[in-house]
Design a binder for this molecule. Structure first.
Ligand code: ATP
Length: 351
């Protein structure tokens, strides 16, 4: 069953349209993520789901109930949504336990105590109930903010950049922990983030937005391996779009040589296309006759991400285990490991 359903939603301020014709669904218990460049409308979309912004067109349903349409705006507190924001906003004068129980004050005190203790346990902070927010680290405060949002058992949890003020290591481990917690509580959640690793660690479904439009809503795997739009291909992960020409025998001639795959359309010889090439499509192989020169390298822990220039000057990326590193300017051989081709009509990548 779909817990969250957006159908052709438009949101705007004054004359500007900020969210444009967005549709997607999240099934019960699924975690979704909104990605996209700064200013593309992610937070505005999240705020419209929360009920803080009206929609100009389309509809939003939570648990099969219409909560937003041009004629209807159910207020935030009646939507059965919980929210966690970047700045935590814990009440500084309340203890951790009182912060968590803030949204369930109408429950009996024994129910409140039970729920607070259960959530403290879930977020790994059992025994912290009597502390005050300033006595906790940033990561601990964010866990409490999450526990507070979960206390009333909302049908949908909305998270806006919840980990962005934390350092990178903590962010990644917390993202994985929070996914486990949301799954164990069976909560349907939608997260806004800038961080693709965080999105990949948390999300069952993710969407890439550009100028208010949802270009693709899919699993993170599909976004990476099967982008349906060149802007998604550019935005997700590393990769380049190589200009190629379709040959008479249904291959694509590119600066990397001839590429082939079932995806090359029939009867299109001579057409120009752009082919997505990811770092994991390319293997450094000294024996290969396909030569290139290392022009950039970045340490990624287990791997180096190299930028290499092909003979005609075209630059692509490739990865190689970091225990064997190549120096800048060295000549290498490249082998292709492309199991399917992702093709776009030529020219879009310049927009
Ligand atoms: P970021 O990743 O930088 O947080 P975002 O994708 O979340 O960006 P939004 O915060 O939704 O983007 O903003 C989208 C656009 O809407 C921006 O151009 C912003 O200036 C504009 N905007 C947001 N809120 C308002 C408002 N209350 N009134 C007018 N314009 C607004």
């Amino acid at each position: 069953m779909n817990l969250l359903k957006l159908d052709q939603v438009d949101v705007g301020f004054g004359k500007s349209s900020i969210v444009d014709d967005v549709s997607f669904t999240l099934a019960e218990g699924e975690i979704g993520c909104l990605l996209g460049p700064s200013g593309c409308g992610k937070t505005t979309l999240l705020r419209s789901i929360a009920g803080f912004e009206p929609v100009r067109r389309g509809s939003i349903e939570i648990n099969s109930r219409l909560v937003s349409s041009p004629a209807q705006l159910i207020p935030p507190e009646k939507r059965d949504v919980g929210m966690v924001f970047q700045d935590f906003a814990l009440f500084p004068h309340l203890t951790v336990a009182d912060n968590i129980s803030f949204g369930i004050r109408n429950d009996s005190s024994s129910e409140q105590i039970q729920r607070v203790n259960q959530l403290l346990q879930h977020v790994g902070l059992a025994g912290y109930g009597n502390r005050y927010p300033h006595q906790l680290s940033g990561g601990q405060q964010q866990r409490i903010a999450l526990a507070r949002a979960l206390a009333p058992r909302p049908r949908v949890l909305l998270l806006d950049e919840p980990f962005s003020s934390l350092d990178a290591d903590l962010r990644e481990s917390l993202a994985t922990e929070v996914r486990g917690l949301l799954k164990s509580e069976g909560i349907t959640a939608l997260l806004v983030t800038h961080d693709q690793q965080e999105a990949f660690a948390m999300a069952d479904k993710a969407g890439v937005m550009y100028h208010g439009r949802m270009l693709q809503w899919d699993t993170p795997y599909e976004l990476y391996h099967e982008p349906t739009h060149h802007l998604v291909a550019n935005f997700i992960g590393h990769g380049v779009l190589l200009r190629g020409t379709i040959t008479a025998d249904q291959k694509v001639f590119t600066p990397l040589g001839l590429l082939h795959g079932d995806e090359v359309p029939d009867n299109s010889a001579g057409e120009l296309v752009d082919v997505l090439v990811r770092p994991d499509d390319i293997i450094i192989d000294e024996a290969s006759e396909r030569r290139a020169v290392i022009v950039g390298k970045g340490f990624r822990g287990a791997h180096y991400l190299y930028t290499v220039a092909l003979v005609d000057g075209t630059q692509i990326y490739c990865m190689s285990p970091s225990h064997h590193q190549y120096s800048m300017g060295s000549e290498i051989g490249l082998r292709l490991n492309i199991d399917h081709l992702v093709l776009f009509p030529a020219g879009f990548c310049e927009t």
